[in-house]
Design a protein around this ligand. Sequence first.
Ligand code: NAX
Ligand code: ADP
Ligand code: K
Length: 491
Amino acid sequence: MGDALEDMLVTPVEMAAIDKDAADSGIDSFSLMRSAGLAVSAAALRLFPAGLRFVVLCGPGNNGGDGYVAAEALAESGAQVALYILGDADKLRGDAARACKGCRLAGLPVEAYEPQAGDIVVDALFGAGLARDLPGVAQTIIKRVSASRIPVLAVDLPSGIDGRSGEVRGASFTATHTVTFMAAKPGHVLMPGRQSCGTLEVFDIGIPTRLVAARASDLRINGPADWRHYSRGLDAGTHKYKRGHLAVLSGGPTSTGAARLSAAAGLVAGAGLVTLGSPPEALAANASHLTAIMLKEVGSAADLAEWLRDKRLNTFVLGPGFGVGKKARDFALMLCDRALVLDADGMSSFQQGREELFDKIAGNGGQVVMTPHEGEFARLFPEIAADAALSKIEKAQAAARLSHAVIIYKGPDTVVAAPSGRAVVNVNAPPWLATAGSGDVLAGIIGAHLAQGFPAFEAAAAAVWRHGEAGICAGRALTAERLVENIPPLA
Ligand SMILES: NC(=O)C1=CN([C@@H]2O[C@H](COP(=O)(O)OP(=O)(O)OC[C@H]3O[C@@H](n4cnc5c(N)ncnc54)[C@H](O)[C@@H]3O)[C@@H](O)[C@H]2O)[C@@H](O)CC1
Ligand SMILES: Nc1ncnc2c1ncn2[C@@H]1O[C@H](COP(=O)(O)OP(=O)(O)O)[C@@H](O)[C@H]1O
Ligand SMILES: [K+]
């Protein structure tokens, strides 16, 4: 992992500390605000050359300060600019007060703004400092602007989006473009915030990277930098056993497809061999659909115990189409000392009695990856799911800590979290990945990575990213089968 700013995620609390560290190190904080405001005016001129009037809405804090700088720079450039102020400009403090004094425009109260065709709104009402629901007057203006469909350029964050969680605090602007500073915040990548940002520009206002990195926790946007180290190309002298043996456990005769999707994805994703373990009554159904994937009868816990005597068999996928119940529980507990992807029914089987599973995982060093979507997450971690104070990232981190497993909390903004707190948010998944069997394919890709010796966190993060890339390559009319065919090479 590097300290590259473009992949880093910084919470608003961390950003405030970075800001203070920058000031303490002798950097003039007003010069940072000036850089921020100038970046916003440059983006406005670049992105909206046909705009007739820039309407800058300034709030009571430093986000408003950036807005005053931008308004002055836009006026200086000869553009037509109108300024509207939320609250009392006389109460502004520090850099924001100085920015306001340096702005030639007279402001009107924000409630007086009536959108006109040709306007471009520059939203500098609230940014990272938004600490509670927006005041009513801000909500009214947001609704008015949204109804008028006027383009919005957001400063730092669209006002109303919580920078920590991506939640909407009362109402929020929907921006065409957002200019943020130094590093993206969780609210830019978590839903619904991500949808409100439009395109995101991260602008370097001049705070040294080392100051940002020193405060940032281990939270990043998912990308190859997080796991490239493990995805080196194939050694010419490799053989199939060196590339890892993945075992996937199938459900009964009427629900075999899900496990086969995982198995097929595992093979395409790079496992050297894949074996499907099938109950006897489903052997015929599975055999009629398999070619490169091997098939083995595994009906009972005794059969599995016998199979596990082969210690080379080190990676399993359990859950897709498997059925919820005692058999799934028994199998999962037997597999905790191998690398294990516990998906779908495998997780749901522990809605009651999860402690036994979590203790087993802890006792075996934690090479277990669990892949809950929202419903499964609520089943396995009801108290965490119900905690409204937590962001999706914080929920995934809490679940990983509690279970000792790597958690892939799925959705449009999939979060991968390790028990250590390390986490990435994935941003490359197209919405058409929401199709039956898509999760089964993901489970197989994770299994392939584990079989190839990736540590659990990297196996999970790389799989989520590859799954997203496969979705992009396959295009909109996606089926899970086509997703498997489009899994791209790793390196
Ligand atoms: N972090 C940095 O390094 C820099 C930050 N800058 C700007 O500074 C902003 C953060 O500034 P602030 O911390 O002043 O925060 P904001 O300007 O986002 O707003 C905070 C102000 O509004 C009040 N407030 C918060 N929620 C409210 C609500 N719901 N209703 C009414 N009042 C509310 C707060 O008490 C505070 O006075 C960033 O978003 C960014 O635009 C820039 O000036 C450049 C440098
Ligand atoms: N709106 C969305 N945008 C992008 N990816 C999505 C979206 N909704 C779901 N996904 C992804 O699609 C996959 C669906 O998995 P899952 O819910 O287990 O479905 P299934 O059980 O049908 O396989 C997950 O990887 C999830 O992150
Ligand atoms: K804003």
